[in-house]
Each structure stands twice: as C-alpha cells, then as structure tokens.
Write a new protein. Sequence first.
Length: 202
Amino acid sequence: MEWNKILNLEGIEKKFQDFVSDAPYQQLAKTFSERQNILVLGNGGNYAVAQHGAADCSRLTSKNVISFDNPTYITSSANDNGYEDLFLNWLKNLYEKKVFNEDNGMVIGLSSTGTSKNICGALNWSCLKNIPSFMVAGSAPENLRNSDRRPYDDLVHDCIFGVKNFHTAEILSLMMFYQFCLLYTSDAADEGLGVDLGGRRI
C-alpha cells in the first residue's frame, strides 16, 4: 500500500476560481442575494452538503435556507410515494403552506452527475411555478434516453464545476455556500447590516 498517496482533488482551488468567475455562477449568486427563502436538495454526500450549507447560510445571513433533513418525514414520504418523487412532494408541501413562492423562493439542486431523477423532477416542477431553479453539478449531465437534451428542463439553470470525482464536486459545493455567505455579508456590511463568517455582528 502506498501510504504517501495523495487524494486527487483535481486542482480544486483553480476549479473554484474558474467556477465563480463564470456567468452561470454569477446568475446563481445574484438570485441568492435577491431571494429570501432558498431550498437546497441533495442525495448521499450532497445531502450532507445541502444540510451543512443550508445551516450555515441561515446562521450567517438573514436568509431562510432550508434542506430536507427530517429523517422521519423522509422515510415515511419515500415509503408512501417512492424515492423518485421525494423532493418534488416536499417542495409541493412547502409551496402549499406558503413557505416559498415565485416572488421570494429559489431551489438549488446538488448532483455530482446532474442526473439524479428526484432532483431533476423537483427542479422541473419549480420552473413550472416560475421559481428560479439551479442544478449545481460536478460534470455536464448526460441524458441517456435523449442524448440531444439535458435530463432536466431548459428553464433550469445549470452551474457545472467541470470535475470527475464526486468528492471534489461535493467539496466545491460546500465552498460555494460559504462564498454566498461571504458575498452576502460583504454587501450587507456596506449597509451596516451584515455578520462576518464568525457569526459576529459587524
């Protein structure tokens, strides 16, 4: 065994710099700054990133950033309605309760491949409700059924990191949320309203 072997993070700093300099991210960050109620979706490792990112964005900004993190609700919903519609049914439920709408909400999906069916379906529904929706993916998604189109609606904005490894995409996604916090608190500081990344009022 090679004890000195180093995990390949695919030049993660450069990847992140390129990502935040690109137009799709600029649109994502602008929408985040304009919207109050933000829902974040993810499976597996990205589920943990969604929880972590949502918690800190809520803690460090005045935004309501929410992830689906109730295990009892998750398992009962998946058992009753199937895993493929898990996030769709959650969004519908929150929409009906007026937790978010087309005026104040946005939805961010995290998927390393960009092909997670339960996330694609939820983002498509959000677009039908005129709610800004973004797919954040490690690599450009491939639609195995229809190779000439993406696996989600054309109205869904996609933000692609351009990496191969799932772990790299997940780290980059978490970095993205802290970038949101940094930009938001920097803008708010100019108006005397923000908090710094240590959670202190500035």
